[in-house]
Write a protein that binds this ligand. Structure first.
Ligand code: GLV
Ligand code: MN
Ligand code: MN
Length: 436
């Protein structure tokens, strides 16, 4: 237990405004059960922006602290042993946490800017609901069970995804993590400290990982495969390799009303051509390439920009294709930059190799939840803590149908009955792995 304090969590049940449970529109259908719905309502108000309707739960901010307080309350309400690890990840244990061969489930509670309600929280809420379900079934785990909330999964504030799990798995050096900076220049170390955690203690935690026999993350699907297949729940096969690259386009600030077109060094033009090139390269390679974040200096309506900084997120089914796509986009950026009199610098900020989930665990999950109907087994282009842990621990994922496929948006959605099917599937998996 490394947290200096959990203080500052403004989470309190009394002040939560009611919000409808997933997909129900308040219809009163029974789907997920009272425990799930109560948890969902409590969490629904935390970090929600009233203007956009989306979530802004960034690492080590007050909204994140509120989510953490909520997690701790759920653990304590159930009599689970609560702890935070040296990297700020939260754990709720049923059984002896030191015994080893534990079955762990959970996800994350932080969000992207104006994210949806399901990406992350569905996995954590379903994990607690599945523990409740095991108790209702009166089955006793003979392996330790834990619910986990991994910190800073989305990387929305410090630019690097899955910081909590990366640190734990030794995939991110403590020194590098401490130096990550947010848009205001605040280091991760300082932000952690302000939230009451000790940044000097962060780092690889092999002893903790050695006590885990299996990790299962339930997540809302971030595509439409299950909807098209007509299944409420699926099992993950793999995660595409993916990464983030920062493109700095430097030109010359100048007057928008007096500078002849021939005399301009406008990085916005080079940026725009690069965005188009990214789309074209991704399309021809069957990959994905997105510029979703951009910063402009001086950012004046009547000034040609001096700097456009754009972040590329690119993903593909295999690492060679991904490398080719990114190299092609970089080449296009440099060619257009040379034409526009704009310099181009490209920095890879993060990279996650392809993840193939443990086949035996994946097959076990499919068998445990697919006794009546075969369960779809599908790859995803989205990153997850499960993908990071897979290098150290047998890991698997369950997906819950998302009828529109929309994610990282307030429109993200899963129907209540599908959430209920997810909880049942997760409880079946936990029972199969830990209780038999
Ligand atoms: C996380 O959700 C990611 O895929 O970027
Ligand atoms: Mn996400
Ligand atoms: Mn997620």
């Amino acid at each position: 237990m490394n947290a200096r304090s959990e203080a500052g969590g403004g989470y309190s049940r009394a002040r939560q405004a009611p919000a409808p449970p997933p997909g129900s529109g308040g219809s009163g259908r029974t789907g997920t059960g009272a425990g799930f719905q109560t948890m969902w309502r409590e969490l629904a108000a935390v970090g929600r922006d009233s203007g956009s309707g989306g979530y802004r739960r960034y690492a080590w901010t007050p909204a994140d602290t509120d989510c953490r307080a909520w997690f701790r309350a759920q653990a304590e309400d159930r009599g689970l042993a609560y702890e935070t690890d040296r990297n700020g990840n939260q754990w709720a244990w049923l059984g002896d946490s030191a015994a080893g061969d534990a079955v762990v489930t959970g996800s994350h509670l932080d969000s992207v800017p104006d994210g949806g309600a399901f990406d992350g929280p569905l996995g954590v809420v379903s994990a607690f609901a599945a523990v409740d379900e095991l108790r209702a079934r009166d089955v006793r785990p003979h392996r330790p069970l834990a619910v986990v909330n991994f910190g800073d999964e989305e990387g929305a504030r410090f630019g690097l995804a899955c910081v909590g799990s990366r640190l734990t798995a030794g995939r991110l050096a403590a020194r590098d993590a401490r130096e990550l900076r947010d848009a205001d220049g605040v280091t991760l170390a300082h932000a952690m400290e302000r939230a009451g955690y000790d940044p000097d203690a962060i780092g690889a935690d092999p002893e903790r990982l050695a006590r885990i026999g299996a990790f299962v993350e339930l997540h809302v699907e971030q595509g439409r495969a299950l909807d098209l297949d007509g299944h409420p729940v699926g099992v993950a096969s793999a995660i595409w390799p993916h990464g983030r690259w920062r493109f700095d386009f430097r030109g010359q600030a100048n007057h928008a009303g007096t500078t002849r077109l021939e005399d301009r060094h406008d990085p916005m033009l080079t940026y725009a051509e690069t965005v188009l090139a990214a789309r074209a390269r991704a399309r021809t390679s069957g990959a994905l390439a997105t510029f979703g974040k951009v910063a402009v200096e001086p950012n004046g309506v009547n000034a040609i920009a001096s700097l456009v900084r754009g972040w590329l997120d690119s993903r593909a089914a295999d690492e060679d294709t991904l490398a080719e796509v990114v190299a092609g986009i970089e080449q296009a950026a440099r060619e257009h930059g040379a034409r526009d009199g704009v310099s181009v610098e490209v920095v890879r900020e993060s990279f996650t190799p392809v993840v193939e989930f443990a086949h035996d665990l994946r097959d076990r999950l499919a068998a445990l939840i697919g006794a009546d109907t075969p369960v779809p087994v599908l790859p995803t282009g989205a990153g997850h803590d499960a993908g990071i842990l897979a290098s150290a621990v047998p890991t698997a994922m369950l997906f819950v149908r998302n009828p529109t496929g929309v994610s990282h948006s307030p429109a993200e959605f899963a129907a209540e009955d599908d959430c209920a099917a997810g909880v049942t599937a997760l409880a079946d998996v936990l029972e199969g792995l830990a209780c038999r």
